[in-house]
Design a protein around this ligand. Structure first.
Ligand code: FAD
Ligand code: SF4
Length: 508
């Protein structure tokens, strides 16, 4: 039967069983669509990285002898709409059946189901053969529970996939080697250069400009350097094992102006587009650690593996357990808009100007910049989670809704009321100061709470607790904060200070 098979932009999995045989009756369809460039304003590097990786993948399939129909954004017959494109092609080429891999986004899941209904030919969906668990696994695992504890899911994954196990026990007797006090980076000399893949992207850039695709962020000064093929992605993974794994856990939470990537892997884009599989990354890191146990502590490897085997897989499961309601949740009923400097980095607060500036320049910030600097501020300032989601979904190279929204609305903004986390991730200036050097270069003083030069995080922190008392006071993990707040002598002044900042966030 003449078959049309759709491959979405984040389904660049060359190891998929679809490709194990060459069949001239199968046509693979890949589309660059305005539908995808426009559902949110994306970072310019993100759009380039997706299109470039898709084009490389199509080339790879063709070289393997598969039949591929690749439609560029500027192609004349591109109607820019997924349904219209599929309908037209099925009609034009008389396809007998339509097949697709299950998408990871709710939006596309709904759309593809509707397309399948509207098509007159038989339609079939396949697993994307990427994740370690099925869509519904997390939902079933936590059946009947209000809170979904990541840690218990993670233990199960370790056992099921026999990762870092010693028989039935975790290696070295512990599941989790997270240190209470993750270190700030004190010595620049520890840093090693990232493995970049600079390339000329002027052709795609020109196409996007001509088409007037609205984007955010910059591509200008910083060379475009994201891995856009499986071969490049494997090099980034190798580089991580050889040079970065040794310090990964130690400096995972460090905040510094010295370097944007530190010891982070930069693998999220390669993983989320499925150029690499999570299991191969986890196994490679486990094996590398096993072979280098005298140099690399278990805590570095376990910390990294937990992010992928635990957090990444868990977030995906939460997404399918809680969508579409999750996207509407606003536990604190926050209503403010993001200040304009989220699109320029132009604020006097150094932690934010640095973290946002870096995000706009590189389409990248590491986890603690996303969670404890930018997300922390948005939550303390009472920004509407829709606003926060839209920004995160646009700005980061790795932002696809299933992993963006669960991290942003869930983990970072606590807008889900405690499905992902057990308490909100908020902190005052003291935390940011302790983790690195941002405060040293700041116009505000992290030690001052009230008056001239007072760091906004200090008063906003208490304002957040004060205004959300009815929602948080009964949480056993938070009660302590209220006892401290109620003992503060200058509580009223502190709240007034916060009010004055909240009146005009653009001024900060
Ligand atoms: P590393 O620090 O080297 O970690 C290795 C890998 O672990 C990552 O590549 C990623 O695949 C996985 N990982 C780590 N933490 C998480 C997590 N919390 N959830 C899921 N996977 C994780 N990650 C995305 O891939 N896309 C997003 O849109 C995204 N949005 C985020 C928004 C907020 C507010 C926060 C707090 C986190 C977000 N994350 C997101 C998770 C994490 O910050 C990024 O995966 C990470 O910074 C990517 O850089 P890296 O590859 O160098 O990661
Ligand atoms: Fe950020 Fe406050 Fe430190 Fe400035 S003083 S860098 S605003 S935490």
């Amino acid at each position: 039967a003449k078959t049309l098979r759709l491959i979405l932009g984040d389904q660049l999995n060359s190891q998929h069983s679809w490709f194990s045989e060459k069949d001239p009756s199968i046509t693979y369809l890949m589309l660059e669509l305005r539908q995808e460039t426009d559902y949110v304003h994306h970072h310019i590097q993100k759009v380039i990285a997706f299109f470039l990786s898709m084009r490389n993948f199509a080339e790879h399939l063709k070289n393997q002898g598969h039949k591929v129909n690749y439609v560029q954004l500027d192609q004349e017959d591109n109607t820019q709409d997924l349904e219209k494109m599929i309908m037209a092609l099925v009609k034009k080429h008389d396809f007998d059946q339509f097949e697709y891999q299950l998408p990871d986004e709710y939006r596309l899941d709904v759309q593809l189901k509707s397309i399948s209904k509207n098509l007159v030919i038989p339609c079939r969906s396949f697993d994307s053969e990427h994740f370690l668990t099925e869509r519904e696994y997390v939902k079933d695992f936590f059946q009947g529970k209000k809170t979904f504890l990541m840690e218990s899911f993670y233990h199960q994954m370790r056992k099921d996939f026999n990762i870092l196990m010693d028989g039935k026990e975790p290696v070295q007797g512990k599941w989790n080697f997270d240190h209470e006090n993750r270190a700030a980076l004190k010595d620049k000399r520890l840093l090693s250069k990232p493995k970049l893949h600079p390339k000329n992207v002027s052709e795609i850039l020109e196409m996007l400009e001509t088409a007037q695709v609205k984007t955010i962020g910059n591509v200008g000064d910083s060379p475009f350097a994201w891995p856009c093929s499986r071969a490049e992605s494997l090099e980034v993974l190798d580089h991580f094992c050889n040079h970065l794994l040794v310090h990964f856990g130690d400096y995972q939470d460090a905040l510094t102006t010295w370097d944007p990537f530190l010891f982070h892997s930069r693998l999220s884009f390669a993983l989320n587009t499925k150029m690499l599989s999570p299991l191969e990354v986890v196994k490679k890191v486990e094996n590398y650690w096993k072979a280098h146990q005298d140099e690399i502590d278990i805590s570095q490897a376990e910390g990294f593996i937990r992010q992928i085997l635990g957090w990444r897989e868990y977030m995906r499961g939460i997404y399918w357990a809680k969508m579409p309601d999750f996207a509407e949740m606003n536990f604190f009923n926050h209503q403010r808009k993001l200040p304009g400097w989220f699109w320029t980095g132009d604020t006097k607060m150094k932690c934010l100007s640095h973290s946002i500036g870096q995000s706009l320049d590189l389409a990248y910030a590491h986890h603690i910049q996303r969670l404890m600097v930018i997300g922390n501020f948005a939550l303390l300032a009472g920004i509407h989670p829709d606003e926060v989601d839209k920004w995160y979904l646009g700005v980061y190279i790795d932002a696809i809704e299933w992993v963006e929204i669960t991290n942003t609305r869930g983990m970072s903004q606590f807008a889900d009321g405690g499905i992902v986390g057990t308490k909100p991730y908020v902190a005052s200036a003291n935390y940011i100061k302790k983790q690195g050097n941002y405060c040293t270069h700041c116009a505000y003083d992290p030690k001052i709470k009230i008056g001239e030069g007072a760091c906004p995080f200090n008063s906003l922190y208490w304002h957040f607790y004060d205004r959300n008392r009815d929602k948080l006071e009964k949480n056993p993990r938070i009660g302590m904060a209220y006892r401290t707040l109620d003992k503060l002598k200058n509580k009223e002044e502190l709240l007034e200070q916060a009010e004055s900042y909240l009146k005009d966030l653009d001024r900060l």
